[in-house]
Ligand binder design. Structure first.
Ligand SMILES: Cc1ncc(COP(=O)(O)O)c(C=O)c1O
Length: 388
């Protein structure tokens, strides 16, 4: 047998986001490509983790996470979405939302199963599906109409192999926040075709313009078929701590837990303690302030983009903005993103990274989860673009 890579490697693409970050670091630029927030971590979260480290919280935890953390997650979920999950049997703490999603796919999808994914998509969703040898089936969101979707497109995507639909709200990269009416349509669709729904609710606390985040599991008949995935990477600005979770009916949670044990054993124990401290003590005002602060960053950044001639698709949530590059030189999104980087030192992600087949060539994505000074500097640099 020759020594070679597994066939699976060919299915999991090298991320454009990482490539742009490397190029940006080489140039010493401002990296607005990766979703890394450099905003401050709540002190109570830091203290909780520091105390745990000093107190010798070093060993493996239960494979689904420490009980206190699962209880704190259940409490937060009840408080914000009205859905009750049993902390003992229905919550799996994992290595970030990314780990939770990988375990959920392993537990619930077979090779060849089809999963409907809205496009533009978050690359990890598609690559993770491919890593478990499931097949993403793409349904477009319409940028000219608030990233709306057509139920006819969903119906046309159904085949005997369709097993699930993936919903990311608020969405990366579009910033779309699915409305109650849209989620109801999707819920009816999932019930009609007996599908699982994987929801990625990572940006649940980043919602603007008075809109609210709604959890699919809260809709009638959806709790039993929805795998709700979220985490604290963004909410507490701890992307490197790798704490996220899946919440679902115990029938599915047990199997997700087995895979979590197999891949990660458990999430880092002292960091679980830090997150627990944050969830226990931060009140609604903390979460509300996130939306207010990030809405202000969005407004400032989108104004700069407009001025630079990079017309923004103003997001309703999350902390990314897709901007139009029609006026820039270059044949592809990658060339235009490189043009912006060369001219201004600001890195973005080519829009093609969010489409499967030649889409997104006229878009780039910026992340505005940056410290105010860094963001201001990026705005000033971008505003000069049109004169260059
Ligand atoms: C939609 C979405 N889900 C999940 C993640 C990653 O979450 P975690 O750090 O908990 O793995 C990201 C990060 O950019 C994201 O944009």
């Amino acid at each position: 047998m020759p020594m070679n890579l597994s066939q699976r490697c060919g299915l999991v693409m090298q991320s454009d986001i990482r490539a742009m970050s490397i190029e940006c670091a080489r140039m010493g630029g401002i990296n607005l490509s990766q979703g890394i927030c450099d905003t401050p971590v709540p002190p109570v979260v830091l203290q909780g983790a520091a105390d745990a480290v000093m107190q010798g919280v070093n060993i493996y935890t239960h494979h689904t996470g420490i009980r206190e953390l699962r209880e704190a997650i259940a409490g937060k979920q009840r408080r914000f979405s009205g859905v009750a999950f049993d902390a003992e049997r229905e919550i799996v703490v994992s290595a970030g939302a990314t780990g939770a999603m990988y375990c959920a796919f392993q537990a619930l999808l077979n090779r060849g199963d089809e999963v409907i994914v809205f496009e533009p998509f978050y690359g990890y969703h598609v690559s993770t599906l491919r890593a478990v040898e499931a097949a993403p089936v793409f349904v477009p969101l319409d940028p000219s109409d608030g990233w709306s979707f057509m139920i006819d497109d969903l119906e046309a995507a159904i085949t005997p192999k369709t097993k699930a639909i993936l919903v990311n709200t608020p969405a990366n990269p579009s910033g779309k926040v699915f409305s109650h009416d849209e989620l109801t349509l999707l819920a009816e669709f999932a019930i009609r075709h007996d599908l699982f729904v994987f929801t990625d609710e990572m940006y649940e606390h980043f919602v603007f313009d008075g809109l609210s985040h709604l959890s699919m599991a809260a809709l009638p008949g959806m709790r039993e078929r929805t795998i709700t995935i979220s985490g604290l990477s963004k909410t507490f600005s701890i992307t490197g701590w790798r704490i996220g979770y899946a919440m679902c009916d115990e029938r599915w949670a047990a199997a997700i837990g087995y895979f979590n044990d197999l891949f990660y054993v458990c999430a880092a124990s002292p960091l679980q303690a830090g997150v627990t401290a944050g969830l226990r003590s931060l009140g609604d005002d903390y979460y509300r302030a996130l939306s207010t602060e990030y809405a202000a960053r969005r407004d400032r950044f989108c104004a700069a983009l407009s001025e630079a001639g990079l017309a923004p698709h103003v997001p309703q949530g999350a902390y990314y903005v897709l901007a139009s590059t029609e006026r820039l030189p270059g044949a592809t999104a990658r060339e235009r993103a490189m043009h912006i980087l060369r001219e201004t030192g600001v890195a973005s992600v080519p829009g093609s990274a969010f489409y499967h087949d030649g889409g997104g060539e006229r878009l780039v994505r910026f992340c505005f989860a940056k410290d105010a000074h860094v963001l201001e500097e990026a705005c000033e640099r971008l505003q000069k673009l049109r004169f260059s």
